[in-house]
Design a binder for this molecule. Sequence first.
Ligand code: BGC
Length: 424
Amino acid sequence: MTILRDDFIWGASTAAHQVEGDNIASDFWAVEHSPAGLLPEKSGSACDSFHRYREDIRLAAAGGLKAYRFSIEWARIEPADGDFSRAALLHYRDMIDACHEYGLEPIITLHHFTCPLWFTLGGGIQRADAADRFAAYVRQVSEILHDVRWIITINEPNILNLMSGLTAVIGENPGTERAPAGGVAAGNAEHGADDVEAAAPTERMAALPAPSLELAPKLIAMHAAARAVLRQTVPQAQVGWAIAAQAFTPTPGNDEAFERVFHHWEGVYLDATGEDDFIGVQAYTSQPVDASGPVPHPDSPENTLTGWAYRPDALGINLRRYWERYGKPLLVTENGIATSDDARRIAYTTEALRGLIAAVADGADVRGYCHWSLLDNYEWGRWEPTFGLIAVDRERDFARMPKPSLAWLGRIAAENAASLEPGA
Ligand code: BGC
C-alpha cells in the first residue's frame, strides 16, 4: 500500500506542434515565418515525431512509464476550412493503437495552442462561430476516441488567451508585434491589465501580460461545446481541460490582490469546470503577488532555462489550492523543468512529487502525474529550454537518447513513489 492510488497514472506529455514537425497548415507556423521576425527560432521538422511516434511510444514504455499524453493537431485534421483529412484522422488513431500495444494509457489533448491558419485568419477565438467550428472538429475526431479514457479539450486556455495576441498578428499588419516572442508559456506572469501590447517582443525572459478577461468566455464556450460533443460521442471518457497553474502566493497584506490575480489568471477557467470530470494541473514555478500584481522573477543563477524561479514546491501549492477550492479529481498533466542538467531535473521532480504526495496525504484526489516533457522539443520560439526525459539529435538523424531521468521516473512509477513518502 502506498499513499497514491493503485491505479495512479504515471506518464509524460508532448504537444503536436512542438514535436511533430512541418505543421504547415497551422497559425503558429505562419507566425514563425512572419516577415516581422516575431520569433527567434522556427519549429521546422521539430523532432519528426509525426513519423517517429512509434519510437517515442516504445521508449516511453521501455522507460517504465504507463501513459502518454499527446495532442491531436486541428490544422492537420482540418487543413482547409471544412476539409477534413481522413488520413490525418487515421494517423492519430494509429498513435492510440500504438499506445495500447505498448501498454500505455493514451491521454489525448484536442487543442494545444495551435489553430488552423484559416481559422485564425478568420478571427480565431474571437470569431462568432469559434465554438461551433471547434466542436465540428471535435466531432470528427471523436470517431477515433471510442476507447480513450482521458481527454483534455483545450490545453491552458489561460495561456492560449495570451498566445492569441501573437497569432492575431498574422491576420493584421505583419509589422506590428503585439505579444512576447522568445517563448510563451505558463509561469512568467507580469503585472498589467488586458494589454498584450505591454509585453516586450524580443526579450528572452519577457514577462507575460495578464490574459484578457474579455476572451475568457469565448474559450469557455469552446470548451463547453467540445465537452458536449464528447459526452454524446464518447461517454466512456473522462473530460476536462488543463490549466496553467501559477502557484501565486500573496505577500503580506495582499490577499485581495492575490484573489483578483488568481481569478484573472486561473479562477475564471476553473469556475467553468463544474461539469468536467477532472481538472488538469500544469505547474512549473511560483510567483509572489503584491498590491500591483504578480512580481516578476528576479534574475538568479538558480532560475531555469526559461527564466523562471526554481520552485518545485509549485506543484504541491497548486494541488492543495485546486482541491480546497474546487474539490474535483486532479490530474497533473504537466510538470517539469527547463535545464541542461538532468540531475537537476531529477532533483526538481523529486521535490515536486514529494509535494504531490503530501497533498494527497492531506486529502487531495490526485489521479496521476504526467511529466513535461517526453522529448526535448520546440519551446514556442526557442529550442534552448530543454524539458525532455529524452534528447533528440535534430541536426542529423533524429536519434532519440533517453536521459537518466526517464529510467528514474520509470522506477518511481514501478514503486508508485513509495520511496518518496515521508519516512521512507
Ligand atoms: C505548455 C507547453 C510548454 C510548457 C513549458 C506549458 O505552458 O503547455 O506547451 O512547452 O508549458 O513552457
